[in-house]
Design a protein around this ligand. Sequence first.
Ligand code: SF4
Length: 336
Amino acid sequence: MVRVQRKKISLPERVEKHISHETPRIGISQCLLGDEVRYDGGHKRDVFLTDVLAPFVEWIPVCPEVEAGLGTPREAMHLVGDPDAPRLLTIRTKVDHTATLQDFSQRRVKELRECDLDGYIFKKNSPSCGIHRVKIYSVKGHPGKQGIGIFSAAMQKAFPLLPFEEEGRLNDAPIRENFIVRIFCYRRWKNKIQGQRITRGMIVDFHARHKYLLLTHSRSHYHDLGQLVAKAGDYTPRDLANHYGTLFMDALKSKATVRKHVNVLQHLVGHFSKQLSSIERAELQETIQDYHQNFAPLAVPLTLIKHYVRILAVPYLLEQVYLNPHPKELVLRHHV
Ligand code: SF4
């Protein structure tokens, strides 16, 4: 196997890399970090991942094709045949590497279980790593249906709760924020239940602090999670945690929308609006309407709400994860 030298990734000087138990651990297609592992000896460094997100996560890089022993450079490959069970063939010489990649995937998935991942970012369009619309060709070489890469398919099967995304889709601001919210939530949830005695009270507290975040994703999931927590006494703490964790991560798969955010913003304001003057109330409503009509980013009404929550010391809201779900340096709520 050709050994690949990892290139050092420089981080912005203003942010020191600091890994703590709250740092999400993210699996990633290695070429996205700038490592020269692609079939042509190149890389696909993604600047958002290496320069913006990197200080706030711990990467676990994987290149399935190199780690499976195919070397760099290597002949380009694509998926061929049955969309439900495609073969991984080299394009020119038609060498079949399906079994090699499948065997590798089974081994690597087992190793990755030990890594306690909080999310995974895959390279788009790759026959090994892609998770959306990977082209599958007929034996005559014509593109037909679309599928999923060999390694990424094994990962999705093995880790049903894990947030997965492709680097291309992360250029879409709402998809980016949704993924980042999910990885930080998954880390927070696991920190709550790992390495200590689980109590029902812990889960009730976690649920209360995530109320408004959950409502921006799925009102029906929030309702079901509430029912589960209300019947906490019917379960052992471990069973309750298993049910809650599954439903919680499922809730976050639903995308937060402007309408759901506006609804939550109005609920937040309801906690302290009586303490505001009529001018302050009107100003706050104006920022929410501006956001609703795409004249201002979510950060505008939220900054004002956070200001009032702090100076009026509204205890229930001070605890709400929705107000600070991810590091502010990622500037995720500043788009319209
Ligand atoms: S897409 Fe996956 S297999 Fe291809 S070079 Fe990147 S990490 Fe390796």
